[in-house]
Design a binder for this molecule. Sequence first.
Ligand code: ZN
Length: 244
Amino acid sequence: MDLDRRIRTVGYWYRIQAGKDASNKPIVLGHESAGIITKVGSKVTTLKVGDRVAMEPGKYCLRCEFCKAGSYSQCQNVKCAAAEGVDGTLHAYYSLPADVCYKLPDSMSLEEGALPGRGIDLVIDCSGAPVCIQTGIFLAKRRGTYVQVGAGTPNVLVPMITVFVKELRIKGSLRYGPGCYGPGCYGMTIDLVHQGRVQLKPLITHRFPFNQADLAFKTTKDGVGPDGKLAIKTIIPRTLPGVV
Ligand SMILES: [Zn+2]
């Protein structure tokens, strides 16, 4: 059921620090990604070679109690790109189950496909940066919901009095399943982008060729590019050897 795809564009994360995960051995990075399918398994009916897809980074076990309950983002046996010793999507090829690959409409670029994360209409922090977390809590409406998606600084000073006064609901959201919006958040986000209700392109502030990946990582770490501009999302296009 697995399929291989050619990765054209990948987003990546700089540090690996989701929960217990802290890898010291070298691995290939590359997490949220989009690509072009180059091969499909014989039983795959939903996708074909040449399709452009957004990809969840994880391969879930589908057998643990969380997977059986539909909460696969909490899968205890997940093999996740660029996490816990698993090589990431900056490989030229990457194999994933078809059901975690989402076909992109023609209106969406691969770069946008690498960015759909989680939705809208509440405060969702995707940075993990203390100042953004604090700002997000201040921006949330009374009795609103704040969702932590980004993994950044492990321990953050939170304006708890504001949480208390506004009666905010604070949620964590790990990976791509039900943590925030229930199964299908990838498909829902692609729809929102396709309808023009969510703009992803302004989030892409920098692009670096693959042979300057170290500069891309530095830009993300510093939050500022060599051009002096604020860095939000940095993209590394990954083409196959010999492919322009
Ligand atoms: Zn599982």
